[in-house]
Design a binder for this molecule. Structure first.
Ligand SMILES: [Zn+2]
Length: 307
């Protein structure tokens, strides 16, 4: 499954990679992973089929809202959420941010709401959509060309450094989200691909498990494979200016986040501007998920160091 686990009976490991952006006046979350309600009562929210198949590691400290808090932010400042698509492992945390406006494509919303096939009803879970009233959708046909991709567009009332990049295939309305920070682009390609070596310019390949998983869930095979080709081309031509990553690859997550995928993000350094802050490397899985603030006995900022 993940390229590391050799045994057929041992489970592989995948991430649910969310991105937290700090704009001038708000926080923006790209994808939400699974949320508190999923952790506390998975059976009422996630289908038995996927619970058995992917066996999510339900830990409250790993939810987006708890990690936002751990980093010292107020979750109410997450005023916008940009979704790559509506699969249960990307939309589960929406309910934890009831005041946020949610940006997604019209096609994604309409198709998921139709609940057409058995598989659609397993993957798209209306139980996770209590914020439906705040969903703001974008038609797919408008937008401009950007780095070889068509119909790329900015989002309403969000900085022009955040772009919606159509990457259909995995679902009908699936998109990537491109973010420019300090002159460099990051492209969260969502589930456009699942395994880092699929982006290999010379010999793109995927593990058998993830090849099967992508085949099982794809809505448009040709579009999916075409978009993978475009992403490889983007990496080949602009690789020095852009970081491309997908939602579920552990290697890519750890390279970008600078920490193990098994532990949550920790407090940003209090003495640096947040945009240049980094994750505190002292964190270990044995430390309980408390919300430390400067001045707390347990928080000693002098020991924080960037890396
Ligand atoms: Zn996914």
């Amino acid at each position: 499954m993940d390229g590391f686990t050799r045994s057929m009976v041992e489970r592989g490991h995948l991430t649910s990679h969310c991105l937290l952006l700090e704009a001038d006046d708000r926080l923006i979350l790209v994808d939400t992973g699974m949320g508190l309600r999923d952790v506390h009562d998975p059976r009422s929210r996630i289908s038995g089929f996927f619970l058995g198949l992917v066996a999510p590691d339900f830990r409250e400290e790993m939810t987006a809202i708890r990690q936002v808090e751990r980093m010292g932010f107020d979750p109410r400042d997450v005023r916008d959420i940009v979704l790559t698509h509506l699969d249960f492992d990307h939309a589960g945390g929406l309910d934890d941010f009831p005041h946020a406006r949610v940006h997604l494509t019209t096609r994604e919303r309409e198709y998921a709401e139709q609940q057409k096939t058995w598989m659609d009803r397993q993957r798209f879970r209306p139980q996770q959509w209590s914020t439906r009233g705040q969903w703001h959708t974008y038609a797919g046909s408008s937008g401009e060309k950007w780095m070889g991709f068509d119909c790329v567009r900015e989002l309403e009332s969000l900085p022009s450094d955040v772009l919606l990049v159509p990457l259909h295939g995995h679902t009908h309305g699936h998109v990537g989200v491109a973010v420019r920070s300090e002159g460099r682009w990051k492209l969260n390609a969502g589930d456009a691909y699942f395994y880092h070596a699929e982006m290999d310019a010379v010999r793109p390949h995927c593990t058998p498990g993830l090849r099967f998983y992508q085949w099982m869930l794809e809505k448009d095979r040709r579009a999916r494979l075409d978009n993978q080709k475009r992403l490889r081309e983007l990496r080949r031509t602009h690789g020095s200016d852009i970081d491309i990553f997908c939602s579920h690859d552990v290697l890519e997550f750890e390279r970008l986040a600078g920490r193990s995928a098994r532990i949550p993000a920790d407090r940003m350094r209090a003495d640096t501007p947040r945009s240049r802050a980094t994750v505190d490397p002292r964190w270990s899985p044995d430390v309980p998920p408390v919300h430390r603030r400067p001045g707390d006995d347990s928080f000693d900022d002098s020991r924080s160091r960037p890396h």
